[in-house]
Design a protein. Structure first.
Length: 403
């Protein structure tokens, strides 16, 4: 079922009267399938006792996954409601009196025909007035998750420019598409977001970002005609004086067994995160020194500052005028400046400042205890399958040119 509102401004027929807001409601309901199964056809009297009537049933192929959401105010024109429900109803036909009924909502996940694999995405950008390039790669341990999963995203960034990043944010964005007859509406929602501090200019290294899938995240559902729900991770690197860099990758959220529970479980703890690793030395700030770090000559309007790309310290032009590629530090496309002291080491490929540690953390699964009022499934059946956050190792990816 899809139900939503659209609004537009309509000019009044009376001259001088302001335009008024017109709200139109759209609603359409579709039934996927209805099957009746006779599990006990023997008539007659039934003695006192407890009875089981086992049966088997194969669901139709390509069913959309369960989904339910409603938001907005129906008086202001921004409300919407969407539902994909599956209900199993039991009927006990009793002669000469009222029949007995009971029903339960079923949790059905959409068919996930992709292999459970890690997810990798990347993007890069150049700058209009600043030489160099920023390249970012993002790894996720899986391409689908359960609500409540604690994950660790691995970001590998190579900034060969002097641009400083203000912040890095990882968000889970939801897109809901609703259709009712000839009308349609698309809703974009940021489900959750985690923001960490940015990195210094000329950073080349690895940053690990923890992230929690909210417990109230609705399942992915893409095969329905009236309602569709998709998710995407968006890694945003906010830059100073430039357009932000986005790295996006699609993901899927699966329905857990506690989806319709009145007592959802507690949020599990975040996964442990390794420290940041940088393959280059820390970038020396221009204002930290007024003289060359080698010859002690004072800087002025005519004697400019220059950074050595191997040690990241500040020198004058005379002490930092050699240029060559440093592939071990990510400068493998264009020659960059190096100082006199670093030139012998840089000429052999350079010496990285850090190494990515082996990282493998097992997240403890929360104890998904169902509420006491309804406890048909066992506790182990209600927990998502075991998974690991991320396993990373040292890498030496390609890096774009520098100044």
């Amino acid at each position: 079922m899809a139900k939503f509102e659209t609004s537009h401004m309509q000019q009044s027929d009376v001259e001088g009267e302001p335009a008024e807001k017109v709200i139109t409601k759209h609603e359409e309901t579709r039934e996927f399938f209805r099957e009746r199964i006779n599990v006990w056809s023997v008539g007659g009297l039934i003695g006192v006792g407890s009875y089981n009537f086992p049966f088997q049933y194969k669901l139709p192929d390509n069913l959309p996954g369960v989904f339910e959401i409603h938001s907005g105010n129906w008086m202001t024109g921004d409300a919407y409601r969407a539902e994909i429900l599956y209900i199993a109803e039991a009927k006990f036909d009793v002669a000469f009196t009222c029949n007995l009924y009971d029903s339960v909502r079923l949790i059905i996940n959409e068919k996930f025909d992709r292999a459970l694999t890690p997810s990798l995405s990347q993007d890069s950008k150049t700058f209009m007035f600043t030489p160099g390039r920023l390249t970012a790669k993002m790894w996720l341990d899986h391409n689908c998750y359960f609500p409540g999963n604690s994950i660790v995203a691995k970001l590998e960034a190579n900034n060969t420019s002097t641009k400083r990043t203000q912040s890095i944010s990882l968000s889970l964005n939801q897109t809901i598409t609703l259709k009712a007859h000839s009308a349609s509406r698309t809703v974009h929602v940021t489900v959750s977001q985690n923001t960490v501090q940015g990195f210094d200019p000329s950073f080349f290294g690895v940053r690990f970002i923890p992230f929690q899938i909210p417990l109230n995240a609705q399942p992915t559902s893409t095969s329905g005609r009236l309602v569709r729900n998709t998710y995407m991770f968006d890694l945003k690197i906010k830059l100073s004086g430039a357009m932000n860099l986005h790295v996006r990758t699609k993901t899927a959220i699966l329905a857990p067994q506690f989806l319709f529970s009145n007592a959802p479980p507690q949020t599990p703890p975040l996964a442990s995160v390794p420290h940041e690793v940088s393959f280059r030395p820390p970038w020396q700030d221009d204002n930290s020194t007024q003289t060359c770090m080698r010859c002690s000559a004072g800087f002025s309007f005519f004697k400019r500052r220059h950074h050595c790309r191997h040690c990241a310290k500040v020198f004058c032009d005379a002490c930092c005028n050699k240029k060559l590629k440093i592939p071990n530090l990510g400068y493998d496309e264009a020659p960059v400046r190096v100082c006199e002291d670093c030139h012998p080491v840089a000429a052999t490929g350079g010496k990285p400042a850090g190494v990515v540690p082996e990282f493998e953390t097992k997240v403890e699964e929360p104890d998904w205890q169902p509420p006491a009022a309804s406890a048909p499934p066992a506790a182990e059946d209600m927990a998502p399958p075991d998974y690991q956050t991320a396993s990373t190792s040292s890498t030496s990816p390609s890096a774009p040119p520098a100044e």
